[in-house]
Design a protein around this ligand. Structure first.
Ligand code: PLP
Length: 368
C-alpha cells in the first residue's frame, strides 16, 4: 500500500531510520559499558520491544502497570515499572502479573514506606516475593525519596519485610533531558547525581545496603553516565526522536542532535484553503501533541503549523508561496513523540512512500 491510500491523520514511522536509531543507541550504550533498558512508553508495542531486546537490550521499562500488562501479554519477560503504584486494585494486579508469568521478571519502583507495607502484605498473602526498586530524588522533584536517612530506612524496611526484596535504585533526571548543548547537559547530569553516588559509597556500601542495579538516564543524558556507577540506561525517545530532541545538540553540534534521526511523523491532508496565506489540515490536538511546541512541516521550512483546535491544524503560507492543493498530503514532524504516539491506534512503518508494516499501539491509553 502507498501512503496516499492511508486515511489521515495517520501515524507513520520511517522504518529504516527507526531501526538505525535502535541499533545506534544500543551500540552507544555498549561502548559506555552500560546496559540498555529502553523505555517503551515511547512505542507501547511488544513487537518493537522485542526488536530492542534482540538488538541487545536488557529487558524494558514501562511507565505504568497497564503498559506492563500489555508488554507481558506480548511475551516481554523482563519489565521495570518506573512509576510507583498505590491502592488495592494496582497492587493486586501486580501480584497477578507475578502469578500469571512466574518465569518473568517484574520490578516495581516505589519511594515510600507505605508502598513497602502494602505491597509486602499482598505479596505475602499470595506467597510470592516482589522485587522493588527505590526511586531517589535526582533533581526533578517529582517522585523520589530524599537521599539520606529516609533512603536508608526505606531499604531497611524492604529488607526486614517478607514478600519484597530490594534490587536497586532509580535516579531519572527528566528535567535535564532537553538542555541545549552537549557539554552543558552532561555536566549538569553528572553534577545532579554526585550526592547520590557519594552517599552510596560512604553510607550504603559500609552498611551493606549497596544497590545491585542503578537505573536512570534518557535520550538527552545517557552519555554522561559512563563510569559513574549507573548500571542501566532507561532511554526511550531515541527510537523515534522528535523536533525537541533534535534541537538539543550533540557532541559535534551545539544546535542539532544528529545522533538519531527523526523517524516518527504524522501524515495529514489539506482539507481547506480559505485564503492564500492559510490552509487547513485534518491534524489537530487530538493527534499532534503540542505540549513541547508546534510540529514542523516536513520538507518546507517556510510553512508553519498553528493549532486550529481538536481536529484542525492551520498552515500559514508566506506571501507568494504556491497554494497547496485540497486533498494534498502534508507530513508533520511532532515536537513530542511519546504524547503524539499515544493518540493513535496504529503505527504504519513506511519505506519511501510504501507502507511495509503495521504495529498496533497496544499500550495506547494504558496509563492505568
Ligand atoms: C522514569 C523515566 N525513565 C526514562 C525515560 C525516557 O526518557 P527519554 O524518552 O527522554 O529517553 C522517561 C521519560 O519520560 C522516564 O520518565
Amino acid at each position: 500500500m502507498d501512503i496516499t491510500q492511508l486515511p489521515t491523520p495517520a501515524l507513520i514511522v520511517d522504518f529504516d531510520k527507526m531501526k538505525n536509531n535502535l541499533r545506534e543507541m544500543q551500540q552507544r550504550i555498549d561502548a559506555l559499558e552500560l546496559k540498555l533498558r529502553p523505555h517503551t512508553k515511547a512505542h507501547k508495542n511488544p513487537a518493537i520491544a522485542q526488536m530492542q531486546i534482540d538488538a541487545g537490550a536488557q529487558g524494558i521499562c514501562t511507565a505504568k502497570l497497564g503498559e506492563a500488562e500489555v508488554m507481558a501479554a506480548g511475551g516481554i519477560n523482563d519489565i521495570l515499572i518506573t512509576t510507583p503504584i498505590a491502592g488495592k486494585n494496582k497492587i493486586q494486579r501486580l501480584v497477578k502479573l507475578y502469578q500469571q508469568y512466574p518465569d518473568y521478571r517484574f520490578i516495581q519502583v516505589i519511594d515510600h514506606q507505605q508502598h513497602v507495607i502494602d505491597i509486602a502484605q499482598a505479596a505475602t498473602e499470595a506467597g510470592i516475593c516482589i522485587e522493588l526498586m527505590i526511586e531517589v530524588e535526582s533533581g526533578q522533584q517529582r517522585c523520589g525519596v530524599e537521599i539520606g536517612n529516609d533512603l536508608v530506612s526505606l531499604i531497611e524496611a524492604i529488607n526486614y519485610s517478607d514478600g519484597v526484596s530490594y534490587v536497586g535504585l532509580q535516579a531519572y533526571s527528566g528535567h535535564l533531558q532537553h538542555i541545549k548543548g552537549y557539554q552543558e547537559r552532561n555536566t549538569q547530569a553528572r553534577t545532579v547525581v554526585e550526592d547520590l553516588f557519594n552517599y552510596i559509597n560512604t553510607v550504603l556500601k559500609p552498611k551493606g545496603l549497596a544497590p545491585d542495579i542503578i537505573s536512570g538516564g534518557g535520550t538527552g543524558t545517557y552519555a554522561a553516565y559512563q563510569g559513574l556507577g549507573f548500571s542501566e540506561i532507561q532511554a526511550g525517545s531515541y527510537l523515534f526522536m522528535d523536533t525537541t530532541y533534535q534541537a538539543i545538540g550533540d557532541e559535534n553540534n551545539q544546535d542539532q542532535n544528529n545522533q538519531f534521526d527523526v523517524a516518527l511523523k504524522v501524515l495529514s491532508t489539506v482539507i481547506s484553503h480559505p485564503t492564500p496565506q492559510r490552509a487547513v489540515i485534518d491534524a489537530g490536538m487530538k493527534c499532534l501533541s503540542i505540549d513541547l511546541g508546534m510540529p514542523k512541516v516536513e520538507g518546507d521550512s517556510t510553512l508553519s503549523y498553528k493549532t486550529g483546535g481538536d481536529e484542525h491544524g492551520i498552515i500559514n503560507l508566506l506571501d507568494g508561496h504556491e497554494p497547496l492543493q485540497i486533498g494534498q498530503q502534508l507530513i508533520l514532524l511532532p515536537s513530542h513523540c511519546d504524547t503524539t504516539l499515544n493518540n493513535f491506534d496504529t503505527l504504519y512503518a513506511i519505506r519511501g512512500t510504501e507502507v511495509i508494516e503495521q504495529f498496533p499501539i497496544l499500550g495506547r491509553g494504558r496509563s492505568d
